[in-house]
Write a protein that binds this ligand. Structure first.
Ligand SMILES: *Cc1c(COP(=O)(O)O)cnc(C)c1O
Length: 389
């Protein structure tokens, strides 16, 4: 795309940045010109163990020499094993594997509707649940929904963290409430503690299922295995994807025991979901990330990163939000120009909403890399401020 107009054989459904990344190691990625960048996007919360992590490379190598694919018509002790690790010490007892976040959410929507025999699912403004028809219909952002004709009508999209509106949206048709603990795409907005409690209370007293979309927040991203663990939310279903495969495509839905019989043989499925390669990688990711010490370190790095930002940037101008290594810095204008300047200075960042810079380093990021990244960020954000005044 360099140098203006370029006739591509690809649909232009992505606003692609004009660098071509060819390799990576840990937090650092390198482009085709040999230029290095600190990757504070992690492929949007995917490459949670950094690029080319030796244990993941080994897992793929070993599995690729044994068996690449086997249909879900056959037994999978490997899926069983990862499922076991994912549900251990949680309210969930079963897992379904798929290939992406949207697919995990489709499974959750279908399971909730089949189980309750009700159709309405309450979701929230600024949410993001994926691009398939069901997940898109659940998503509370006009820019995701526009232009595709009538969507699924049975999503009731209400303001996030608004207890009154939530109460008003409840009736006998509601199958489930579905939400993110931190709205990652929508601007790094966190669920309020009081609202989380309210959601749980309403679900319990009305027999409504709670689906927590942990596609971005799950698998250690926020400093705990799952982000809901830090809240009063008591989900019946959670969905996972992004970080679960550390860069290999895999998604999962975890559900509680009561839901087991609603997903019987033939009810739902996917050809590739839980493929041996994907599951071999996911098992390795989970073994590393779910260690207490690893999660504590994510929390330590998060605190360090937040403190560092708050030291160099005036807090009244640049509010920091989020948890773990899913953080947002709110600015008072469109942050796209900042992100472009950061890229030139060797730091890759991603936007959340319009005016939030999102920080999503690999969970394995070093303190030194955090220092370097914040220095670049501060120079850019502060220079802009001075130029404006
Ligand atoms: C990225 C994301 C999705 C969609 O995942 P895909 O793998 O792109 O389908 C769904 N929910 C949340 C919260 C996400 O961040």
């Amino acid at each position: 795309m360099r140098g203006g107009f370029h006739l591509s054989t690809l649909f232009q459904n992505y606003a692609r940045r004009s660098i071509h990344l060819v390799k990576g190691s840990g937090t650092v990625v390198t482009d085709d010109k040999g230029q290095d960048y600190l990757d504070f996007t992690s492929g949007i919360a995917v490459v949670s163990l950094g690029h080319a992590h030796h244990a993941l490379v080994k897992a793929v190598k070993q599995q690729s020499e044994k068996l690449w694919h086997v249909s879900n018509l056959f037994e999978s002790p490997e899926q069983e094993l990862v499922a076991e690790k994912l549900v251990r010490d949680t309210p969930f007892s079963h897992a379904f594997f798929c290939n992406s976040g949207a697919e995990a959410n489709e499974a959750a929507i279908k399971l909730a509707r089949k189980h309750t025999q009700k159709n309405v699912i309450i979701t929230f403004e600024q949410s993001f649940h994926g691009r398939t028809f069901g997940a898109m219909s659940a998503t509370g952002q006009a820019k995701v929904r526009e232009g595709f004709g009538p969507l699924l009508e049975t999503f009731r999209i209400i303001p996030y963290n608004d207890e009154e509106q939530l109460e008003a949206a409840i009736d006998g048709d509601v199958a489930a409430i579905m939400l993110e603990v931190i709205q990652g795409e929508g601007g790094v907005h966190q669920v309020d503690p009081g609202f989380a409690q309210k959601v749980t209370d309403i679900c319990k007293s009305n027999g409504i299922l709670l689906i927590v979309d942990e596609v971005q927040t799950g698998i250690g991203r926020t400093g705990t295995r799952y982000a809901y663990e830090q809240t009063a939310l008591e989900p019946d279903i959670i969905t996972l994807a992004k970080g679960l495969g550390g860069g290999f495509p895999i998604g999962a839905m975890l559900g509680s025991k009561e839901l087991f019989h609603s997903f019987g043989p033939g009810s739902h499925g996917t050809t590739f979901g839980g493929n041996p390669l994907a599951v071999a990688v996911a098992q390795t990711v989970v073994d590393i990330v779910f260690k207490k010490k690893f999660l504590e370190e994510v929390e330590d790095k998060s605190n360090y990163l937040i403190e560092k930002i708050q030291t160099v940037l005036p807090q009244e101008q640049f509010a920091v939000r989020g948890a773990g290594l899913l953080l947002g810095i709110e600015c008072d204008e469109d942050v796209l120009p900042f992100i472009q300047q950061a890229e030139k200075a060797g730091l890759l960042l991603v936007q959340a909403g319009v005016n939030v810079v999102r920080l999503l380093p690999p969970l394995t990021v070093t303190y030194e890399e955090i220092d370097q990244a914040v220095d670049i960020l501060a120079a850019i954000l502060l220079k802009e401020q001075i130029a404006h005044s």
